[in-house]
Write a protein that binds this ligand. Sequence first.
Ligand SMILES: Cc1cc2nc3c(=O)[nH]c(=O)nc-3n(C[C@H](O)[C@H](O)[C@H](O)COP(=O)(O)O)c2cc1C
Length: 163
Amino acid sequence: MEALEAIKTRRSIRKFRSDPVPEEILEQILDAARWAPSAKNSQTWKFIVIKDLKIITDIAEVLRWGRFIPQAPVVIAVVVDPRLTPHPVEDGTLAAYSMLLAIHALGLGGCWVDPSYREEIIAPMLGISGEEKLISLIPIGYADETPVMPRKELRDIVFINRL
Ligand SMILES: Cc1cc2nc3c(=O)[nH]c(=O)nc-3n(C[C@H](O)[C@H](O)[C@H](O)COP(=O)(O)O)c2cc1C
């Protein structure tokens, strides 16, 4: 899929079929993450591939806006180390977005799920130390919905020279 088309047609997917994600597809998704930009090319990210349904279910139980994640056969947790980069949130976010685009371009669906308001509960479940930061959880699978989400018009968000 062409880049601009992928950017425009990607949607957050919250309903998944039960089909597994092939290993070679999963590897391509993870490979897309490491080509994201990062501050000073620090690349401090780590990606936890979670396939254990018990772990996914336990995480979903504490996430009000992530209850749906056990439908997905795999969830990737994006972790960064704030001791090693001046911009941990940006670095992790860009890696996550690279994966979201790759997921879509490869014919699957994913969603950014925010773990921040339960990080102290979820981090120990995944072996993440108190020094590291859990940026995002990304459930991945074959989509069982085709959502439509509107966007603001360019004229409402673009300004020339100043606001
Ligand atoms: C920082 C951030 C946090 C988000 N948290 C959640 C979440 O916890 N659960 C969820 O279902 N979607 C979450 N989303 C997805 C947004 O709801 C979604 O991107 C937005 O509604 C636009 O829809 P689209 O991605 O289909 O274009 C999050 C997105 C971002 C960028």
